[in-house]
Design a protein around this ligand. Sequence first.
Ligand SMILES: Nc1nc2c(ncn2[C@@H]2O[C@H](COP(=O)(O)OP(=O)(O)OP(=O)(O)O)[C@@H](O)[C@H]2O)c(=O)[nH]1
Ligand SMILES: [Mg+2]
Length: 347
Amino acid sequence: MGIFKKLFDKVKNLKQKKSNSENLFLKDGIKKNNAANFDHGLKKTNNFFVNSLNKIIYKDVIVNDEFFHKIEETLLSMDVGSYATDKIISAIKNEVKFQNIENPNLIKQIIIDKLFVYYIQDTIVQTNLNLKTNETNVILFFGVNGVGKTTTIAKVANFLQKNNLKVCLVAGDTFRAGAVEQLDLWAKKLDIKIFKPTKLNQDPASVIYDGVKWASENKFNVVLCDTSGRLQTKINLMNELKKINNVIKKFDPNQPCESLLVVDATIGQSGLIQAKCFSEVVKVSGIVLTKIDSTSGGGIIFAIKDNFNLPLKFLCFGEKVEDIEMFDLEKFIKVMLKNFSFLEEEE
Ligand SMILES: Nc1nc2c(ncn2[C@@H]2O[C@H](COP(=O)(O)OP(=O)(O)OP(=O)(O)O)[C@@H](O)[C@H]2O)c(=O)[nH]1
Ligand SMILES: [Mg+2]
């Protein structure tokens, strides 16, 4: 059995189980031609990973400490994180060193296998949004400045609309000049209703409360709430986020159904510190990883999983509204390993 087949069978066994029937199941509304964008978005990670392994593992390679050290360096450079890297390297060593494996193709297979087995261990790969029928589902987006929150909201709104849901936006960033206009532009472009503050510097919690109430009265299926960028070290801003979360709960204790932390993949390991601080203030239900197109550090998905075991709900890979996909480990593996010399034959 080919390495791909074996890996995908492992992933499939762990794929999300169907939950109760009230839950809305979303089809990845992304068209076929978006696959090329997705491939392009992961090109840096794919090139780095495949080129590095091809350089390290060649015909007649000598498997010694230096060899393992080079693999370790590759994983660290891809932002896999030191904890996961240690575990993965020792799993690879166990198999390669102690079983005296010298065939380079086999060594490559073992590395890939250990990486992805590590990702899926003890996990239900749950990426579907927790949306219910007959409810106004509130999704709150937050994160530090400039990570891509507003753009992601436009992308998710478009994606949900394509799933035939009645979607609206709430412009909860009342702080940054131009923020409301930015979201408003997206709303116009996508023909989506938007709730905006009535005056400058209005309390964001009150705007979001009114916006959620308006969305519920108008029977929207999903309301996406934008918030200001905030540094996790600024206590007053973190308290503000707590307040926003509380007013949504005051309106409906079951909401927000998703509290999504938006993380910029280009900042690597510092994204983990952010995730930790934000989860101390609100219950983060998932991560949106943006700008994966601008980094070769796609290995960050391992570090995120390791540190929080939070589901990665969406991957964003560009500035256009279609540059988003629900995270799918199988697709991710395929693209990450694209053009891997020996694997092509087996596909
Ligand atoms: N390459 C790339 N750029 C992105 C992606 N997502 C967002 N951007 C860009 O990142 C910049 C910031 O995006 P915004 O959506 O304004 O970020 P934000 O988090 O809302 O920013 P603040 O509201 O100021 O905190 C913009 O230039 C976006 O086009 C992505 O996935 N890939
Ligand atoms: Mg914004």
